[in-house]
Design a protein around this ligand. Structure first.
Ligand code: ATP
Length: 497
């Protein structure tokens, strides 16, 4: 078991250092030793992330007739967060070890112990512990959680002691003040989710777009949470990006839409190259106060199956709360006829939400792409590392490489590079041996390398080297745009949806 743990820890470590070395993800403000749980995307990372966001955006808004997008502000009226329940209950239970002064999430310590029971072949003990934990978390007083930690004799990994403080509730929202003069300034929050920006604009979009229920509103944007224990690289960050869609439907039809979106979203992840065996549904047994059904799509990260996307049937909770607090009606008039031939009339729509973290999807795609294998046999065997991104998400689609710089080859390669760069993200590299240049592109996940050689000067053909198989084929320059363009296109992904 220990060896397995070592392997998964080192697999993630390798991915983190690869991400840094090849310009995907850097620790934030690194020259000042970084800022915990905050990261920056580098030159390749931002391309990969933008590709994922564009695929999601287009899959939502272009492929569904009844889904449109918005871009709401990060700052919102503070009552928004009162209505949504975040002011009163967006809390995590935290506990400190008095000796190491380290802070932990009490529920995560217990979940860790439950996982240990499962690995040790006693899953029933783990299940019982999780049930006891769920019960203790519904008490206002968090002493039950602390007692479970004491009963389980859970120790702090740093100090090795069980010298724990009381458990306290900790609100995850970041707050700041608006207004120049401190007496007039009022408290506002950095949004902890993008969903509320959609709810408060429900009627604006419905009326201005003449939208008929059922319809959806999609949004991509930053969200902020003061996570107590931030870990696993970009899996849990304090500043992150969400891609959310709220689908407004007639009450009573929500389960049909919930099931449909559940399937659609899983299909999306498979279409961008995540393997079926690394994806699974995880139904929520304990539902949030606003939900009548909820499921996570989990991906098998190097640290285990974890939530990547949540699909929730949120009933009319949010619109109803906003109606209550704002005193503005959040109703829709449905002119369609029911089975008795009467219009359905006024109601507050029910909502099915799909919510995926752009950064978690990025991490899943990066982990899946990271490949370290031995090629060749015997004496000639050597290790090869590359990123096998689906071509539609790869940061750079193709690299143009002249075999040598002299005899007009560099100029010919430059011409090809300039003619392709209007169609897709392409790079040019003429420095060093061609083998080394192939390797550099493999490490960044570029699916195609276009080599310009002496034959090119005679017959206007080049070789395309394929990243995964390393096979080469001879292609006419005139066919490059179509051949590579189709392979890297988003259309190929959409055909599977
Ligand atoms: P978790 O249980 O992992 O904290 P959650 O259930 O609180 O996640 P939601 O509130 O449902 O998450 O948010 C929807 C999605 O936003 C998640 O599925 C995840 O992809 C992403 N997300 C949430 N919190 C973070 C975070 N701190 N860092 C990165 N992504 C996040």
């Amino acid at each position: 078991m220990a060896e397995q743990k070592q392997d998964t820890a080192s697999a993630l470590k390798d991915i983190i250092s690869h991400a840094k070395e090849y310009g995907f993800v850097f620790p934030s403000s690194e020259i000042y030793d970084g800022l915990q749980a905050v990261y920056d995307y580098g030159q390749n990372g931002v391309e990969l992330k933008n590709n994922l966001k564009t695929l999601w955006w287009k899959a939502m808004t272009m492929l569904n007739d009844n889904v449109v997008g918005i871009d709401a502000s990060i700052f919102m009226h503070p009552l928004t967060w009162k209505a949504s329940g975040h002011v009163d209950s967006f809390n995590d239970p935290m506990i400190d070890n008095k000796d190491s002064k380290k802070r932990y999430r009490a529920d995560q310590l217990l979940e860790g112990r439950a996982e240990e029971y499962e690995k040790a072949g006693t899953p029933e003990k783990g299940k019982a512990l999780l049930e006891a934990m769920a019960k203790a978390m519904t008490d206002d007083d968090m002493s039950g959680l602390r007692q479970l930690i004491l009963d389980e004799e859970i120790k702090c990994p740093i100090s090795g002691t069980g010298n724990w403080t009381e458990v306290r509730q900790f609100n995850l929202m970041f707050s700041t003040q608006v207004g120049a003069v401190s007496e007039d300034a009022s408290l506002i929050y950095l949004r902890p989710e993008t969903a509320q920006g959609i709810f408060v604009n429900f009627l604006n979009v419905q009326k201005s777009g003449r939208m008929k229920v059922p319809f959806g509103i999609a949004q991509i944007g930053k969200a902020f949470r003061n996570e107590i224990v931030a870990r696993n690289f970009i899996f849990r960050m304090r500043e992150f990006e969400q891609m959310e869609m709220q689908f407004f439907c007639r009450p009573g039809t929500e389960m049909q839409w919930y099931n449909a979106w559940k399937e659609t979203r899983l299909k999306f992840h498979k279409a961008i190259g995540l393997p079926a065996e690394k994806l699974r549904y995880h139904d929520h047994e304990k539902l949030a106060h606003y939900a009548n059904a909820a499921v996570d799509i989990e991906y098998e990260f190097p640290f285990g199956f974890k939530e990547m996307e949540g699909i929730h049937s949120r009933t009319d909770f949010d619109l109803k709360s906003h109606q209550g607090l704002s005193k503005k009606k959040q109703q829709y008039f449905d002119a369609d006829l029911d089975e008795n031939g009467k219009p359905y009339g006024n109601y507050i729509p029910y909502v099915v939400e799909t919510s995926v973290g752009a950064d978690r999807l990025f991490l899943a795609v990066l982990c899946n792409a990271y490949t370290n294998e031995v090629v060749g046999e015997g004496e000639a065997a050597k290790e090869r590392t590359y990123l096998k991104f689906h071509p539609s998400v790869a940061p750079i689609k193709a690299a143009v490489l002249p075999l040598v710089k002299k005899d007009g080859l560099a100029e010919k390669a430059q011409d090809i590079y300039h003619s392709l760069k209007r169609s897709f993200n392409v790079t040019y590299d003429d420095g060093g041996a061609i083998g080394k240049r192939y390797t550099r592109q493999d490490l960044a996940g570029t699916p195609f390398c276009i080599a310009v050689d002496y034959q090119t000067m005679e017959d206007n053909t080049v070789t395309i080297r394929h990243r995964d198989s390393m096979e080469q084929e001879r292609v006419a320059i005139a066919d490059l745009r179509e051949k590579i363009g189709f392979a890297v296109s988003m259309e190929r992904v959409f055909e599977q949806l």
